[in-house]
Write a protein that binds this ligand. Structure first.
Ligand SMILES: Cc1cc2nc3c(=O)[nH]c(=O)nc-3n(C[C@H](O)[C@H](O)[C@H](O)COP(=O)(O)O)c2cc1C
Length: 181
């Protein structure tokens, strides 16, 4: 498949199976994603793997941040359990006179998009998820983030569930989004 084909075929998988890539299977994909453009090669990112019980601890942190109780809290706590593997994408702002924080965040987001594409191409179902509590103190603490770090969300990863296969993408008309000066 061409790169153009892989990019246009990729869709987010909201529901996935319990299969997940191992740490060793992830490494070459992350290595490839890390080749995304990165001004001054600051490597302003890192990835945290959340599997098993770590997903429940994230659910607890989301509930803590939300203040919800009862069934609403239970529903929120279960959200990270929707995939066997969550890859937390962390923007790590490095000291630099030349490269502003927003540029470093853009580089980190580029790596996350590339990783999602590579995982999809390798046969895994992926969905980038965020939510209102992504940058809450409770979620920060749970991920043990340093002061110079911010979460960009999580890639939810699992096996592609045929029954939840997203529809083929409609042709996007991007002409109105391209102008000239
Ligand atoms: C930064 C970011 C955050 C996202 N957060 C969510 C989310 O919280 N919930 C969700 O359903 N989708 C989320 N998405 C996925 C988009 O909804 C999805 O990419 C979009 O619906 C288009 O679907 P596609 O990826 O199949 O083209 C997020 C995507 C990005 C890039």
């Amino acid at each position: 498949m061409t790169l153009l084909g892989a990019v246009t075929r990729r869709r987010s998988y909201p529901r996935v199976t319990a299969d997940a890539p191992s740490h060793d299977e992830l490494l070459p994909l992350i290595e490839a994603a890390a080749t995304a453009p990165d001004h001054a090669s600051l490597q302003p990112w890192r990835i945290i793997e959340l599997r098993g019980d770590a997903r429940s601890r994230l659910g607890d942190a989301l509930v803590d941040a939300s203040g919800l109780l009862g069934e609403d809290a239970e529903r929120l706590a279960a959200k990270p359990l929707r995939a066997p593997l969550l890859l937390a994408i962390v923007a790590v702002r490095k000291p630099s006179f030349k490269v502003h924080e927003w540029e470093q965040d853009a580089a980190a987001a580029g790596i996350a998009h590339l990783l999602a594409l590579l995982l999809d191409d390798a046969g895994w179902g992926v969905m980038w998820r965020t939510g209102g509590h992504t940058r809450s103190d409770a979620v920060r603490r749970m991920h043990k983030l340093a002061d110079n770090e911010e979460l960009l969300g999580w890639l939810y990863v699992g096996g592609k569930l045929e029954s939840s296969k997203p529809d083929a993408r409609k042709n996007l008309d991007v002409s109105a989004m391209i102008t000239s000066l």
